[in-house]
Ligand binder design. Structure first.
Ligand code: NAI
Length: 460
């Protein structure tokens, strides 16, 4: 029987990064993954393919709607959806194969199959390469799966999750999206740009719950301008397929008809069949595995990170936890700063956030000052032709320490990195305001927002 220092179950961004980091630190590491391709939801059917389609669909939209404004005249612009999907698949293949190479380079042993914990230190591999291995430490990094919605039966064709919506073979005439969160808005945007009528049904009275309310309201206006239809405060009671297509029933409202339904109402931890009951690993609300600051579960020698534990279900959070967990095992230290984990919605414009929202600060009765700067007053945004949006910095009223940054606008997903770095170093808004920013860049808007915490922005 093969024996390891660490066996990781799941090769998503949390698991594969943990296995590589463990190998770097001198551990004999193995990783069990049931899917043929490594990389987890993020690489196979999540972050990466959706970004590939967002990029392609944006180019198509630009070619049809925007380039004329730049003085570029095009002939007939046509969509080759098959080529667009193939490009996405190639990107996914290259990246997932890249992880195989990284495993080889770092001497991480890969097991193809489903991992099931038999006892602390013992894991069964089920599938073609069935067997059993032993390990000093077991790390669960099995991620999450789409949350089901009562009354809605996923048929994997007309009514599906993000996996199906990343590969519709034809542009839907009318796509009904249930849930105005990250997935619903990103994939709703993709198909809207490619020509679908898109209706987003959201249970709450706002979109993007958890994100800064002011930005979410601005985003809603922008998405409506782009032609997405929204029905807020609506409770979906069922979705079904009949001869004419799909019907989605809403409590107290008229049903909506379309030809595809995307269910995007959140994700739930993926723990089924892992053997957690056998070894008595304690789980909390919504089936999430309970861990302490070292990512240790209630059973000695078994750890868990990423979407299967609490907190934001984000690839980069899982990566950081994977590294911190392994570093703690080997070196006794390693940590994740949960106050500085950025979140990005890759729509157009992008929406990005790090730290506390105004709502959270108010609820915690923390006094803050706010500096806002709109992209309309930024030279680079004008040159790009993307002037919608703004940057908002929230700083502690007493100490001036930055507590939160919220951006809606061009390249917000890249701009938020500077904010996360500033917060990681405990920066004040004054520190940012005193940092020289190249001209003309979008990042200047960040500095202007910092200046405006003190009401002294130059360009407005
Ligand atoms: P989400 O939690 O972002 O949004 C789900 C939305 O569905 C919420 O607005 C919720 O109020 C709504 N909802 C719930 N039940 C409903 C019902 N019965 N009827 C109508 N609306 C309902 O979840 P989403 O978009 O499915 O994404 C799942 C996870 O994947 C998230 O945790 C997100 O962090 C992650 N993700 C991250 C991305 C990124 O970083 N860019 C991209 C895609 C997903």
């Amino acid at each position: 029987m093969d024996s390891y220092d660490l066996v990781v179950i799941g090769a998503g961004p949390g698991g594969y990064v943990a296995a590589i980091r463990a190998a770097q630190l001198g551990l004999n590491a193995a990783c069990i993954e049931e899917e043929k391709a490594l990389g987890g939801t993020c690489l196979r059917v999540g972050c990466i393919p959706s970004k590939a389609l967002l990029e392609s669909s944006e180019r198509y939209w630009e070619a049809r709607q925007e380039l004329g404004r730049h003085g570029i005249k095009l002939g007939n612009v046509e969509l080759d959806l098959a080529a667009m999907l193939k490009r996405k698949d190639t990107i996914v293949r290259t990246l997932t194969q890249g992880i195989e190479s990284l495993f080889k380079k770092n001497k991480v042993t890969r097991y193809a199959g489903r991992g099931r914990i038999l006892a602390p230190g013992r894991v069964a591999i089920e599938g073609d390469e069935a067997g059993e291995i032993t390990a000093k430490h077991i790390l669960i990094a099995t991620g999450s799966k789409s949350a089901p919605l009562p009354g809605v039966e996923i048929d994997g064709n007309r009514i599906g999750t993000s996996t199906e919506a990343l590969a519709y073979p034809e542009v839907p005439k009318h796509l009904i999206v249930i849930g105005a969160g990250y997935i619903g808005l990103e994939l709703g945007s993709v198909w809207r740009r490619l020509g679908s009528e898109v209706t987003v049904l959201e249970y709450l009275d706002r979109i993007l719950p958890g994100m800064d309310g002011e930005l979410a309201a601005e985003a809603l206006k922008t998405f409506k301008k782009q032609g997405l239809n929204f029905r807020l405060s609506c409770k979906v009671t069922s979705a079904r397929v009949d001869e004419q297509g799909c019907v989605v029933d809403i409590e107290g409202q008229e049903a909506v008809r379309g030809d595809h339904v995307l269910v995007a109402v959140g994700r739930v931890p993926n723990t089924v069949g892992l053997g957690l009951d056998t070894v008595n690993v304690e789980c909390g609300p919504k089936g999430r595995i309970m861990v302490d600051e070292q990512y240790a579960t209630s059973v000695p020698g078994i750890y868990a990170i990423g979407d299967v534990i609490g907190g934001a279900m984000l690839a980069h959070k899982a990566e950081d936890e994977g590294m911190a967990c392994v570093e703690q095992l080997v070196a006794g230290y390693g940590h994740v700063n949960y106050d500085a984990i950025p979140g990005v919605v890759y729509t157009q414009p992008e929406i990005a956030s790090v730290g506390k929202t105004e709502e959270e600060l108010k609820e915690a009765a923390i006094e803050y000052r706010k500096g806002v700067f709109p992209f309309v007053a930024n030279g680079r945004a004008k040159a790009l032709g993307q002037i919608d949006g703004r940057i908002k910095i929230l700083a502690n009223a007493e100490t001036d320490r930055v507590l939160g940054v919220h951006i809606i606008g061009p390249r917000a997903g890249d701009l938020i990195a500077e904010a996360a770095l500033a917060m990681e170093f405990g920066a004040s808004s004054e520190d940012i305001a005193r940092t020289c920013h190249a001209h003309p860049t979008l990042a200047e808007a960040f500095r202007e927002a910092a200046l405006n915490v003190d009401g002294r922005a130059i360009h407005i």
